[in-house]
Design a protein around this ligand. Sequence first.
Ligand SMILES: Nc1ncnc2c1ncn2[C@@H]1O[C@H](COP(=O)(O)OP(=O)(O)O)[C@@H](O)[C@H]1O
Ligand SMILES: [Mg+2]
Length: 281
Amino acid sequence: MTNPERASKIVAIASGKGGVGKTLLAANLAIAMAEEKKRVLVFDADLSLANLDVLLGITPSHSIRQVVNRTKTLEEVIVQGPGGFSLIPASSGVASLADLPREALSEIVQGLSKLASQYDVMLIDVPAGIGRNALKFCRMADQMVVLTTPEPTSFTDAYALVKLLRARQPCPSMRLVVNMAEDAREADRIAEAFSNVSKRFLHTELPLAGALNFDPSIPVAVRRQRPFYITHPSSAAAQQLRGLARYLLSPNEGELPGAGHHNRITKWLDSWCAEDGVSRA
Ligand SMILES: Nc1ncnc2c1ncn2[C@@H]1O[C@H](COP(=O)(O)OP(=O)(O)O)[C@@H](O)[C@H]1O
Ligand SMILES: [Mg+2]
């Protein structure tokens, strides 16, 4: 459901449960995507508990708080993150932002959609839980990365989020990412189990977009407020992340297999008709 009027893509990173790696993934994925020469904007949608700036070791002077108060525009609060991506920071400890009134939330969503057209990709670090903010930021995306770890608590919360989102349109196309598995076998096992339950009970395909295995150097990098993608660029985790970034950036990604196939046929028919000067209408 990528909007044909803009070339950019909005990807929401969500999980239901907190502490499963959304912020870590958003920050490092942004750097990996910038490395692929993409213009990347990251939005810290955990509006009242800012984490991205802390994880990156930067101290922004302004945040989404000034945008909500109308003293700054979204463009004016953008800061540069390491590796060359742009960030809209959240605020910290402002309870009113955790559950914004509907109108204020819609205004932010509209502003972000407009701003996204100046970038190749916008990543949204969605807050944990199934609150209004979280669901709204998921629904504004073209694609959603549903993050789970092998822990059953994370698995069930991710499933609950998918179930809620599926119940109403617009619903982004969804891809699963397994974080903190011991190895590829465990990640595949979790992905298969998730896919089976979502197919059976929600009639939803949730293909695996990639995995990020547990890597002890990641918490060390977090404590130093340095992205592991920069501190350990040739680690297995960085390679997994590079693969995930490329997968999410690939042009046909975001289309379900059936729709992709249909689009390819339509494109082929269009070029065939154009060559012969035939109208296909
Ligand atoms: N693949 C991983 N390997 C090891 N530790 C990880 C991994 N992913 C995340 N972590 C740890 O989990 C912590 C919580 O991640 P975070 O991105 O803040 O979660 P969330 O945004 O979902 O609440 C990180 O600070 C990091 O130490
Ligand atoms: Mg977070």
